[in-house]
Design a protein around this ligand. Structure first.
Ligand SMILES: [Zn+2]
Ligand SMILES: [Zn+2]
Length: 255
C-alpha cells in the first residue's frame, strides 16, 4: 500500500493545501486500488496534478463535514464528469454522508449530478461495522472533535493504516489504530492546547500505545508549524521505536 500526502495543511493555511491523502495499492494482474482520504476546498488541484486519469479513483472517505475536509468534492467530481469518467465512485463516511455531499454538489453546480456519466455510491460506515468496499476493509471510530468526526482504519493485503481526521484521540480511536503500519494523525499544536484538536505529544502517545510502526503529523496549525520547527524536529528525533515524520505536500510513504 502506498500513501501520497497531497495536502498536509489545516483549514486556512495560505501555503499548504488542506490535508488530503491518496492511498493506492497494486492488484495482482496490474490493476490498481485507489482511495482518497478527505477532500477539502483546496485539495482537488493537488489531486489533478498527481492523477490525470478520471477513472483511477475508486472511493473517497469523508471524516467529517467541515469545509476543509469535504468542500472539494463538487469540483473533483465535476472535473471527473468533464473528463468523461465512467466507473462508479464510492463516497464513504458517517451516516448522512450521501445527503450532505449531494447538497454540497447541488449548491456548487445545481444540475451537474444529473449529468454525471458515472454512478455515485454513498456508503455509511459507522463505528462497530467493518465494511468491504473498493478492495479495502474499512472500520471507523469517533474522535473528540466538536463536529462529529470518524477516524478510519483502512486495511488491505496484510497492511493497514489509520487516518484520524480531526480531533484528539479517544479510547475508541485507539482500538481501531491497534497494530497499524502507519498512523496519520492531526497534530494542531505541539502540546495539547485546543480542546477540539489533537497535539503532537498526544499523537506520539497514541501511536505508541497502538503499537504503530510509523506516525505522520498532518493538519498542524499554520503558525505552530512555521515558528516551532526546531522544537518539532527535536521532538521527532527523540522517538526511537517508531518512525515519526511531518510530511510535505506530495511526499510518499510505502507501507
Ligand atoms: Zn480540519
Ligand atoms: Zn474539523
Amino acid at each position: 500500500m502506498r500513501v501520497k500526502f497531497l495536502g498536509v495543511g489545516e483549514a486556512f493555511d495560505e501555503r499548504l493545501p488542506n490535508t488530503s491523502i491518496w492511498v493506492r495499492d497494486e492488484e495482482e494482474g496490474g490493476g490498481r486500488r485507489s482511495v482518497l482520504l478527505d477532500c477539502g476546498f483546496t485539495a482537488p488541484p493537488r489531486f489533478w496534478a498527481s492523477c490525470a486519469d478520471p477513472d483511477e479513483l475508486q472511493a473517497i472517505w469523508i471524516s467529517h463535514f467541515h469545509g476543509d475536509h469535504f468542500f472539494g468534492i463538487p469540483a473533483l467530481l465535476t472535473r471527473f464528469w468533464e473528463s468523461g469518467r465512467r466507473k462508479p465512485l464510492v463516497v464513504a463516511g458517517q451516516e448522512g454522508v450521501g445527503t450532505v455531499v449531494s447538497q454540497a454538489i447541488r449548491l456548487a453546480y445545481s444540475s451537474v449530478m444529473d449529468k454525471f456519466g458515472f454512478e455515485l455510491q454513498f456508503l455509511d460506515i459507522e463505528p462497530g461495522n467493518t465494511v468491504e468496499a473498493a478492495g479495502f476493509t474499512w472500520s471507523a471510530a469517533e474522535s473528540g472533535h466538536p463536529q462529529r468526526n470518524l477516524a478510519l482504519r483502512l486495511a488491505r493485503g496484510g497492511k493497514s493504516l489509520f487516518y484520524g481526521g480531526d480531533g484528539p484521540p479517544t479510547d475508541q480511536t485507539l482500538k481501531i489504530a491497534h497494530g497499524c503500519d502507519l498512523v496519520i494523525h492531526e497534530a494542531f499544536s505541539v502540546e495539547q492546547k485546543y480542546p477540539s484538536h489533537g497535539s503532537m505529544r498526544g499523537a506520539i502517545d497514541f501511536a505508541s500505545n497502538a503499537g504503530a510502526k510509523a506516525l505522520a503529523f498532518v493538519h498542524i496549525q499554520r503558525d505552530e508549524r512555521r515558528e516551532r520547527r526546531d522544537e518539532i524536529n527535536w521532538l521527532i528525533e527523540k522517538i526511537k521505536d517508531m518512525r515519526v515524520f511531518m510530511p510535505e505536500p506530495d511526499e510518499e510513504f510505502e507501507l
